[in-house]
Design a protein around this ligand. Structure first.
Ligand SMILES: Nc1ncnc2c1ncn2[C@@H]1O[C@H](COP(=O)(O)OP(=O)(O)OP(=O)(O)O)[C@@H](O)[C@H]1O
Length: 263
């Protein structure tokens, strides 16, 4: 039995005057420890899918299970990392990182020491007592990673977490997040617009088409790339071949995309 199972999921957004079909008949499975990316044109339902996986919204039709239970019953064990770090500016880095544990009633000496060890592991030792405004964008995103990992999530949902960073910082953070998630055997789902990032970080890529959002095609990342850090993977022949393949598929999707789908 797979860790995460999405079965025939469809989703509509309703307003008093209209309805938008964001997702239709989406099914896929993810095993524990897998890193899967959701890729596709704007409006194909990637963020909607992530919100459904998080339990924040319920699908209009179909089902999602994580460890055989609905996502909402795991809400304390699903970590979210977003484009913005959403650190509280009036709290120190340490207070921000321990906040999730505190809110979940799981803050004790051991969890605190683990969280602070983690901070050290990602190169933020010494900034515990500083405030977010005193750190660079890359450091703040690392702090956001530490906060996400502090609650020891079963599943990490990453919604374009590197897209607001400069290119060099983005590449460094991709390597860091990749290594940390592999070391701790975490399952992760990444939403990205960046084909290269998806190839360099994932085991599998799910390409969505839009209007309405459907799972169009799945790409397996070659095992030779999986052994490399994302930065090193980017300079291989296998990476270039897969990049071209996905690029062509995306282009054909954009050529064939029709008007927005009403209900
Ligand atoms: N809260 C909402 N109310 C109404 N429609 C929405 C809402 N959120 C998303 N949509 C619509 O649902 C569809 C899917 O949106 P979603 O944000 O999930 O796509 P996406 O692939 O993440 O897009 P992007 O890549 O641009 O972030 C789009 O047509 C969007 O306009």
């Amino acid at each position: 039995m797979s860790f995460l199972v999405v079965e025939k999921v469809g989703h509509h957004y309703f307003s008093p005057s209209s309805a938008t079909k964001a997702l239709e008949d989406v099914s896929f499975k993810i095993d524990e420890g897998e890193f899967v990316s959701l890729l596709g044109p704007s409006g194909c339902g990637k963020t909607t899918m992530l919100s459904i996986l998080s339990g924040l919204i319920m699908p209009t039709i179909g089902s999602v299970t994580i460890d055989q239970k609905p996502p909402a019953s795991h809400s304390n064990l699903i970590g979210y990392m977003l484009q913005q770090d959403y650190l509280f500016p009036w709290k120190t880095i340490e207070e921000n990182i321990l906040l999730g544990l505190k809110l979940n009633g799981r803050l004790d000496e051991v969890s605190q020491l683990t969280a602070l060890y983690f901070l050290e592991q990602i190169g933020l030792a010494g900034v515990e007592k500083q405030f977010p405004r005193q750190l660079s964008g890359g450091m703040r995103q690392r702090a956001a990673l530490a906060r996400t990992m502090a609650v020891n999530p079963k599943l990490l949902l990453l919604d374009e977490p590197f897209s607001a960073l400069d290119y060099q910082t983005k590449l460094k953070l991709e390597d860091l997040v990749f290594e940390i998630l592999k070391e701790y055997g975490k399952t992760a789902v990444l939403v990205t617009h960046d084909i290269g990032e998806a190839i360099a970080m994932s085991d599998r890529i799910l390409l969505f088409s839009a209007n309405p959002g459907r799972l169009h095609k799945t790409f397996e990342v070659p095992s030779s790339l999986r052994k490399l850090k994302p930065f090193d993977a980017r300079s291989t022949e296998e990476y270039n071949i897969l990049f071209q393949e996905i690029w062509k598929e995306l282009e054909s999707l954009e050529e064939n995309s029709g008007p927005k789908s009403p209900v």
